[in-house]
Design a protein around this ligand. Sequence first.
Ligand code: OGA
Ligand code: ZN
Length: 374
Amino acid sequence: MSSIVKIEKKNNNLNIKWSDGEESSFNYYWLRDNCPTAHDKDSNHRMFNILEVSGNLNIKNFKVNEEGKLAIEWSEGDHTSYYDPKWLRENCYTIKNKKKYLSPYKLWDSSLQNNLKSIEIDYNEILNSEEGLVKWLELLHYIGIAIVKNAPVEKNSAFKILNRISHTRETFFKTPFEVINIPKPNNSAYTAHTLRNHMDLPWFENPPGYQFLHCLINSAKGGDSAAVDAFAVADYLRKNEKDVFDLLVDTPLKFRDKDYTQKAIRSFYAPAISLTKDGDYNDIRYSIATLDTLDCHPDKMDAVYKAHHRFGNLLHDDKYQINFRLEPGNIFSFNNRRLLHGRTEFDPNSGERHLQGYYMDRDEIVGRLNYLKK
Ligand code: OGA
Ligand code: ZN
């Protein structure tokens, strides 16, 4: 553990030199706002109000006291703050900002096909051990896909392991939604047709972060599954076809759902690729079936279509796609805003096919993983 060797005031910052040679700059407002007394002990919410501080906050005195804490006496409010150097070091934004950002995502292409075992996990392992649950969450967060094996095949039974993570995300399709061939379908998934690679519900402001397709029966001919890591495709474009990539990031596309069972028309504009504050991949919006009639500027339409076309072709390319067949008792689990999924056509007269689908928000997956790993 590194200790404080030197402290000095400079331009509204307290500069600290550490025994390992690192240096930190802590802004006065930041320090005042993060005084250890600022938060309520139970709710962990900040009770202190930075708006009560003037525009000329200063430090009257500072020292490392007998307990080893950094004591700061403020110029106003008759207050002294005591900081644990370990906390300061762990939360130092000077050092954090110097570090290169490392993506949590392990991008993959069709070579994953040779190693499908690496994304499989046993139902009982998840149900009965924390290691199993963590392994499932890590696959979902880092790789974006996991196939749970040996789950029961009773209706609604996937709730049991999903609730090991958290609650599910409700939509008007109900939870679970029944993926089955029905007359007069309100969604192309509820047919026997091919489903090209797509994400679900891109026309929501916040499409479900994760999807779980629980296979109960799959005895019909056809109906094989496909998945593609659209972050990997986006990454290829970023490195090799920057114009296409930039267009996909910069142009909001229009998605819509006109479900005849609904008394609502849901519609949303979002770019095909969106990035995080660190420039990492945040999410993908891609679904040929629910892309609305585009209305971007006439000068852009040709380029937008060509970029969308290029992206779509790569998203169906054998270089990126994996193929597999769901067996009863499999739960195909994936990041719905990173992966695209599809299925081949099936023959409903040759046998039965029934999947039950569930959604969950990304916050629940990442939040649970953060908690279990802390
Ligand atoms: C869906 C879907 C895939 C399948 O219901 O959204 O994509 O294999 N289903 O039926
Ligand atoms: Zn789908």
